[in-house]
Design a protein around this ligand. Sequence first.
Ligand code: SF4
Length: 340
Amino acid sequence: MSHINIPIFVPHLGCPHTCVFCNQHTITGQSETTEDEIDTAVLQTLSLLKNPSAHELQIAFFGGSFTAIEREKMLALLEKANNYVQKGSVQSIRLSTRPDAIDDEILMILAKHSVQSIELGIQSTNARVLEASERGHTAKDSEAACRKIKEYGFELVGQMMLALPESTLESELQTARDMIGWGIDKARIYPTVVFADTALAARTEKNLYHPLSVEEAIERASAVYSLFAAHNIEVIRIGLCENEGLRSDKTVGGAYHPALGELVLNRYYLTRILNEIKPIHPTPNSTIVIETAPNALSQAIGQKKCNLYTLEKAYPQNRILFSPSHSLCGKEVKIFVKEN
Ligand code: SF4
């Protein structure tokens, strides 16, 4: 059964302040959310599906801090969405919010209204990064929120960012380690994109902030991704989606690429393959065979065969052979050398 999110954007609703990198009006391209939009989004999705019951449908409130929305408005949106769950048209609700907008009372309300998944904007667990990004919450708030969300039995998705002000690869890896330790089920990784009309855009113009290039973002995201993969945490998104209204005329820098997730996965496989070939010391003229699960083969070979070409350059005296193996699954890779 495939999973389909029915996205409802709640731009900036509920936000007590503005983080330096955030302009939700730019990201989502709209400024307010009404209950009618839930009707429109659900009915449109249902009308496009040949067999809706063959899919797991989830109404997804994205874009703002859902649980910090003024109470009456939040309840109206939840009730409208929950009506569709009660009628059996959709299966559940997911939402994203800030760590300091989670407490027992809120979680009880969410449980009563068929919310299944909570996405928490943790972004970083480093105090300097949180302060420089003007997040307005601490790592302790994130830890407490994660533990409480798990206590109540919700699915927990941790969202983290790369290249925030003061951030380093080490602080990003530590953020991922903390999120794993706090029990996240899934993760999203967002390299910072600099949007026009944000504090970060002003800092960038004054040369006080240096956005990551796409290549740097691929390298850093792949290191963080490896850590999640090693702990069997599924990464459900890397980088902002095009359909989030991201438009180049509203961005002034940062690592945005429409296929960033794919490029990061390619790099993840390349790094693993290079690390695993090294201790084998293949003899000249032998063939290095790299086996992966069939559905991971193209990611391992890389876009436009980029990984294959890099390996051929690194091992010019060998033949490189990628091969699908039905005995492997997930991200398993098997490497061996065949004498010619
Ligand atoms: S908490 Fe989220 S929505 Fe609110 S300002 Fe920060 S990034 Fe934007």
